[in-house]
Design a protein around this ligand. Structure first.
Ligand SMILES: [Fe+2]
Length: 194
């Protein structure tokens, strides 16, 4: 097992809602690779360090390769934002629109499968680190992150307001559909139906 990457507040700056928070070198999440020789390849640990009113999160990315990814919540209180690509009537991918946005309220033990049709990002809503495993062995290119970076983040910013979850729309997306908060089981039924 080795540390593949670490993201600091500074390296998340392009996807943060609050542009006034100090861009420190405090590390927000770590990805370890080669964690096992069977199902799981990567382990991600997200700290509980708030990013202003936004919960600590992973950068968010699409996949450039046609394969599925399974993520598994090991421990912590997490929510997984998945946004579905929008295609226009000619079949062209419109990058500043999304067809649907789901917030999967995962419980420890849940597994969530995504296809290349979805970008995804974890947020840590709890007071302890969030720990996930995934089976993505294809690596990443800058392209996977580029679209999310250009749009200043995923479709919604996952924030806290008066002690409650507050999903703040990202104004860089056009005609944003309302978010759907669902269980891992219900999300899996949607993926299977696509
Ligand atoms: Fe991924």
């Amino acid at each position: 097992m080795k540390l593949k990457s670490a993201r600091t507040v500074k390296s998340l700056s392009s996807v943060l809602l609050d542009k006034s928070i100090p861009l420190s070198t405090v590390e927000i999440y770590w990805v370890f690779s080669g964690i096992s020789t069977d199902k799981w390849e990567n382990m991600t640990i997200i700290s509980n360090e708030m990013l202003g009113k936004e919960y600590p999160k992973t950068f968010g990315h699409y996949h450039n390769i046609h394969a599925t990814e399974t993520t598994h919540l090991v421990q912590g209180e997490g929510i997984y934002q998945v946004q579905e690509k929008f295609y226009d009537s000619s079949g062209k991918w419109v990058k500043d629109k999304v067809k649907a946005v789901y917030f999967v309220q995962a419980m420890p033990g849940d597994e969530i499968v995504t296809t290349p049709n979805f970008a995804h990002s974890w947020s840590n809503l709890g007071s302890t680190p969030l720990l996930t495993f995934d089976d993505w062995r294809e690596g990443h290119t800058d392209h996977d992150y580029e679209i999310i970076k250009k749009l200043g983040g995923m479709a919604y910013y996952v924030c806290i307001k008066k002690g409650a979850l507050d999903l703040v729309p990202n104004p860089n997306y056009k005609e944003l559909p309302p978010p759907k908060i669902i269980s891992a089981k219900n999300f899996m039924e949607i993926v299977k139906g696509l």
